[in-house]
Design a protein around this ligand. Structure first.
Ligand SMILES: *[C@@H]1O[C@H](CO)[C@@H](O)[C@H](O)[C@H]1NC(C)=O
Ligand SMILES: *[C@@H]1O[C@H](CO)[C@@H](O)[C@H](O)[C@H]1NC(C)=O
Ligand SMILES: *[C@@H]1O[C@H](CO)[C@@H](O)[C@H](O)[C@H]1NC(C)=O
Ligand SMILES: *[C@@H]1O[C@H](CO)[C@@H](O)[C@H](O)[C@H]1NC(C)=O
Ligand SMILES: *[C@@H]1O[C@H](CO)[C@@H](O)[C@H](O)[C@H]1NC(C)=O
Ligand SMILES: *[C@@H]1O[C@H](CO)[C@@H](O)[C@H](O)[C@H]1NC(C)=O
Ligand SMILES: *[C@@H]1O[C@H](CO)[C@@H](O)[C@H](O)[C@H]1NC(C)=O
Length: 495
């Protein structure tokens, strides 16, 4: 027996071929779809066990259920493990018959499952990884047109080199997206007909679709009684739509604005049915306008572009002199100090400031380390807080850590996402980096030596004969003088 064969033989002794059982991937959707783990066909053992290691790491591998099979009758007898220690809810699972295991549609049931024969001998027969998806919120109720909508999709474990992606009707949507912890978030600003449809959250492995779920986003026909908050960047050319839409026909409509600084509301736009929309704020130029020229009795939208920090406030739509709906606009400003181009290694301070409208707000600074987002700092500002900003001091600006975002959270979901990229370079000025200065000096010295050598070389070669002024001109005698210096003999210009 050759040594190679002996090694293979020994390996087979230690790792019998039957020990390799591939892991099958399956998925469930929280509160929607369950999954049944099958058992291999043609098994001959009499006693089996299902083992489970949850994704969320609540506990290590546990035995869920043992199944006994008798040769005489078909089917299997299940006996569930009851252990208070691990708080396993055997109500989360069900007997699928013949040894199969039904995993109910609960997010916490995600994890690795093993089907093992324990009698007459012990051997692993099948392995599964069950991924769980969750949609937040679970129900997608119809939303009033104009509102900002956040939807999140979470997976119990994100496999290596894969990612989650939101799509609308099968194509990438233009809405803001952000990722953190196994969660993909989509923030759709000012929803309208163009943002409704089939939103799918797909798990992709290197661009290949693996699995996912979808939900429909639909609109209400009226914005009656709506009260919501919109967040906009007040310094980075953002825009906002204020949508007032009624199913009933009204004779007149108006928008008023109650700014932070003033004690009363002012009228900013008004119209009578079939009449033109009049904008009545001074000094805003074309920033505030209406996308419709004539009010049809139902639809009364306003558009502010670009939004400035001072636009914050409460905007109320009245129809026929009754309050129809209102929108709170909170403006946000993100900045880097010091301004301008920084050098790698510098200190910097990022500041996220929100306009002081009375609302409790959770601000988070996230850092995007090339796709992996980490929470760096967070703070909940109370409604009465005088200082409505969250500053983050960075002691050393790093090339890998230039992308940041200030995120406004409401409960567990982000309502708004304001990215900012630190503009930093390796070197601030031409003489900023000592290494570069040395390299530049060495190069200059080398160049000087080379030029002197070249001149000497030319003088030695051409001194006895007529001085050639431009060696590149083909006189039928030479090629470039550099070649001469290498000691090669020039060929006469035959080419
Ligand atoms: C274990 O049992 C299986 C069938 O149940 C059998 O094929 C295998 O040879 C057994 N292994 C050992 C080491 O006894
Ligand atoms: C169990 O297996 C037997 C024989 O293969 C089959 O007739 C029976 O329908 C199965 N029962 C279930 C619940 O799958
Ligand atoms: C991500 O998970 C970590 C650890 O569970 C948590 O502390 C952090 O708040 C989460 N990030 C976000 C943005 O929710
Ligand atoms: C998506 O499809 C629905 C109908 O299935 C349609 O109403 C909606 O306008 C579509 N959205 C986009 C952005 O094409
Ligand atoms: C929605 O999208 C999913 C995934 O892209 C697709 O499987 C499903 O058929 C679509 N549903 C509708 C109603 O368009
Ligand atoms: C408000 O916050 C800014 C930035 O974090 C800080 O520089 C300033 O000192 C704070 N002011 C007060 C009154 O806390
Ligand atoms: C403005 O927004 C863009 C992305 O939308 C971002 O890259 C940039 O850093 C922002 N600039 C400031 C000053 O916030």
């Amino acid at each position: 027996m050759s040594p190679a064969c002996i090694i293979i033989f020994l390996l087979e002794l230690y790792f019998p071929a039957s020990a390799y059982v591939p892991t099958q991937d399956l998925s469930l959707i929280d509160e929607v779809t369950s999954v049944t783990l099958p058992v291999p066909v043609g098994i001959s053992g009499t006693e089996f066990v299902w083992e489970w290691t949850p994704h969320d790491g609540r506990f290590k591998k546990v035995q869920l259920v043992t199944a006994k099979r008798s040769k005489s009758s078909s089917g299997a007898q299940y006996s569930w493990t009851k252990t208070s220690e691990h708080n396993i809810y055997y109500t989360n699972f069900d007997d699928g018959g013949n040894g199969t295991l039904i995993i109910k549609s609960k997010f916490e049931n995600a994890g690795h499952y093993t089907f093992k024969q324990i009698q007459p001998n012990s051997t692993v027969l099948a392995m599964f990884e069950v991924f769980a998806f969750k949609s937040v919120p679970f129900r997608w109720d119809s939303v009033p047109p104009g509102v900002d909508v956040t939807r999140a999709c979470t997976i119990s474990r994100l496999p290596e080199s894969s990612r989650l992606q939101w799509k609308l009707n099968g194509s990438l949507s233009s809405a803001t997206k952000c990722h953190y912890n196994n969660t993909a978030v989509i923030i759709i600003q000012n929803v309208d007909e163009h943002s409704t449809g089939n939103y799918s959250c797909d798990l992709l492995k290197k661009e290949t679709y693996l699995r996912g779920f979808y939900n429909r986003l639909t609109l209400k026909t009226s914005t009656f009684d709506s009260r919501y908050t919109l967040y906009r960047d007040g310094a980075n050319r953002s825009e906002v739509q204020l949508i007032c839409r009624s199913s009933n026909r009204n004779e007149m409509a108006q928008w008023t604005w109650h700014s932070e600084s003033s004690s009363q509301s002012i009228r900013i736009a008004s119209a009578n049915r079939n009449g033109p929309v009049g904008i009545s704020v001074k000094g805003v130029g074309q920033r505030i306008r209406s996308p419709v020229t004539v009010y049809n009795g139902h639809y009364f939208p306003l558009h502010i572009s670009p939004v400035v920090f001072q636009d914050a406030g409460i905007y109320t739509c009245y129809t026929d002199n009754y309050v129809f709906m209102s929108i709170t606009l909170i403006t946000v400003q993100v900045s880097v100090e010091p301004p301008g181009v920084l050098a790698i290694g510098d200190e910097a301070t990022l500041t996220c400031t929100v306009s002081g409208f009375r609302e409790r707000i959770r601000l988070v600074w996230l850092r995007d380390d090339d796709g992996t987002v980490v929470t760096v700092k967070e703070e909940t500002l109370s409604a009465s807080a005088s200082n409505r900003s969250l500053a983050l001091f960075i002691s050393r600006v790093d090339t890998e850590q230039l992308k940041w975002a200030c995120v406004v959270f409401q409960e567990s979901l982000p309502s708004a996402y304001f990215p900012i990229e630190i503009n930093a370079e390796e070197m601030q000025t031409a003489f900023g980096d000592p290494v570069l200065v040395i390299v530049a000096c060495v190069c200059l010295v080398c160049l000087k030596i080379f030029i002197i050598a070249l001149v000497i070389c030319l003088l030695m070669k051409y001194l006895p004969g007529p001085v050639q002024i431009n060696p590149r001109v083909d006189t039928g005698v030479t090629s470039a003088p550099e070649e001469e210096c290498k000691g090669e003999h020039s060929r006469s210009g035959s080419g």
